[in-house]
Design a protein around this ligand. Sequence first.
Ligand SMILES: C[S@@+](CC[C@H](N)C(=O)[O-])C[C@H]1O[C@@H](n2cnc3c(N)ncnc32)[C@H](O)[C@@H]1O
Length: 354
Amino acid sequence: MTTAEFDPAQVAEVIGKADIVTPMTIRAAVRVGLFDALADTAGSAGTADTAGTAGTLDLDRLTTAVGGHRRAVRVAADHLVHEGLLAGGEEGYSLTALGSLLTRDRSSLGLRDLLDVDTVVGRNEIALVDFDHTLRTGRPASEARSGATLWQELDDADADADVSSFDWEDPGFAAELILDSPVFATASSVLDLGGNTGSLALALLRRWPHLHASVLDFPVFTDRARARAAEAGLAERLTATPGSFFDPLPTGHDVTLLSAILADWDDDDAVAILRRAAEASDRVVVAEVHLTARGRLASETSVAVRLEASMTRPDRTSADVEALLVRAGLAVETAVTDTPDRSLFVARPLGGAA
Ligand SMILES: C[S@@+](CC[C@H](N)C(=O)[O-])C[C@H]1O[C@@H](n2cnc3c(N)ncnc32)[C@H](O)[C@@H]1O
């Protein structure tokens, strides 16, 4: 078969779909601060109306601003012009409306975290280069190289990493199910397993003024949770405990909470975590997030691939979670299973694992 027998348009279409050049150029530009350098120029030279679009930097100034290699910066910037993220050329590059979505001051959009491979979200995204690992094993692509979870990897790689992008004011995913749960009205303390930087624990402390909380997670997160509690004036009521939920847990809490934990683990690991939780207190609250492949920014199939590449068990239903609780020797007392994004189980250890 010769190339003449192929439809060049189809070949170009396949190459376009598989092209990694533009995604990687955008990520590299975010990472070296190229969009920010242009935004800073716009901010200092432009008016309020034009800030973010009017500033220009010629190639020499842009190269200096990003601390880059002149030729490589030109090649990348010219491609970003071709793709509509920048305008101009060597004599003066500037941000377009699209490029300005990637600047520091638009980070609340979440795009930067996704595209900056230094953030956890960005690392998770770039792990898709190892999606074949997921295809073979059903396990997260991020584990392909190190064998560790993304969270563990973050902790191992850089104990003083900036994890402040997890400092959510609003814990999200129908978290009010947890915050309003009557179980906390009578509990005096809660142990939040995998409590990350303390977003949920701090929200619980604000919601229930009598409550004390402990956050257990990797040190990179518990350090941050401790600092946040101090900033919020809640240091007296929040303890941050570095550790693993596969090891024996601190005792003396009325409730052990697992929020958005189990989807990262297969059934055996999930049951092991739940058994630890059952040893630690008289009540176990499991508030699992159920992500579905819907979304406005990408096709359902694309979202489904991303979930599959990110978690070990993205597909558990509330009935599946309940089955794990039973396997771990927990008796369900109350269950909320009619909220799309989250289920909530309050369970009591039976006093002997099944
Ligand atoms: C998906 S996040 C959930 C964070 C938080 N509970 C929430 O509801 O948003 C999973 C958390 O589990 C933590 N984690 C993972 N493995 C852990 C382990 N072996 N021991 C303790 N925490 C762990 C991660 O560091 C991360 O903070």
